[in-house]
Design a protein around this ligand. Structure first.
Ligand code: FER
Length: 309
């Protein structure tokens, strides 16, 4: 099952048939197939500081290996007052998870064509986490992988309906679903710590835009925020950095990354420059990948090690 969008898989002809209805109001830039195609094809201009902050991980860091104790994956069902439906999230419980302790929680958000299985299925997040936790490089944490498309029908759309305002609208609606319904459900069911220093929000592409939009707007809920290859749903700088003093004071980590072959890199570059201009500390990591799992697995590797310290 294709868990990530690719132009080759979707077929450009199919995209031409997709809805071009007037874009609904939403975070950042409205989505249409034409605009998405143009965004992915934007020329890439790299600045001197658009480079790696970290060396690549050891070979095999995202490959399953016998003898590494694995976390457990569960389904969490929760009632959402946003969609009026019962929704599903995937939950990673670290090896040795015991209800008597309190674990920090990372919420990890998928891309525009994906669902709650994308991080595990396509990126192999669980393998990356198992190895980091087993080697002591990351702290044991609960990782929640929700479905970030807060719609009554939240299935991944067919290829010709991925880049439509209707699909993108669900990603903006997820803000309330996350804050008012998912987080309380997680903290009721699991041994989750309940303060902002113990909650992180990160995502890839459309999910990266969500993580920046929602994380920076809700510093009372999240102290750790990561945007990987963030998409054009990322809010404009003036909104994202509405209160730079609060960002400076409250963020434990703001992590931005993108591949230097990803046509969407201008989104992350723009946020990086705005943060720099305002003097908001952040990590900026540019790797050699495109809009793909190689970048996302590596950035999870780098990001997860720095969390909750
Ligand atoms: C766009 C191009 C790509 C866009 C979103 C995406 C909001 C998302 C891509 C992904 O999640 O992989 O123009 O508009």
């Amino acid at each position: 099952m294709p868990l990530n969008f690719s132009w080759a898989r979707a077929g450009v002809a199919a995209l031409a048939l997709a809805s071009t209805a007037a874009a609904a109001q939403q975070d950042g830039e409205a989505v249409t197939p034409d605009r998405a195609r143009a965004n992915f094809a934007r020329p890439i201009t790299l600045a001197a500081d658009d480079v790696r902050a970290f060396a690549p991980p050891p070979a095999g860091f995202a490959d399953a290996q016998a003898g590494v104790p694995g976390g457990r994956i569960e389904e969490l069902g929760y009632a959402s007052g946003v969609t009026g439906t019962q929704r599903q999230a995937l939950v990673y419980l670290p090896h040795g998870y015991a209800a008597g302790r309190r674990y920090p929680v990372l919420y990890l958000l998928h891309g525009i064509g994906g669902n709650q299985h994308e991080w595990n299925g396509y990126v192999r997040a669980n393998v990356v986490l198992d190895k980091l936790i087993a080697s002591g490089k990351a702290l044991p944490m609960i990782v929640v992988m929700p479905n970030g498309r807060a719609m009554p029908d939240d299935r991944s759309p067919p290829p010709d309906r991925v880049f439509t305002p209707q699909n993108a609208e669900g990603f903006a609606k997820f803000e309330r679903d996350l804050l008012e319904f998912l987080i309380p459900a997680v903290e009721t069911k699991y041994a989750a710590a309940r303060d902002r220093r113990q909650r992180a929000l990160a995502g890839l592409s459309m999910g990266g835009g969500q993580a920046l939009n929602f994380g920076l707007a809700h510093l009372d809920t999240f102290a750790w925020v990561g945007g990987f290859s963030s998409a054009p749903n990322t809010r404009p700088d003036a909104e994202l950095l509405r209160d730079p003093a609060a960002l400076k004071r409250e963020l434990a980590l703001l992590y931005l990354s993108c591949g230097n072959k990803d046509g969407l890199i201008n989104v992350s570059q723009r946020v990086h420059r705005a943060l720099q201009a305002q003097g908001v500390a952040h990590l900026w990591h540019v790797d050699e990948y495109g809009h793909d799992r190689d970048s996302w697995a590596e950035n999870l590797f780098h990001f997860a090690q720095r969390l909750f310290r």
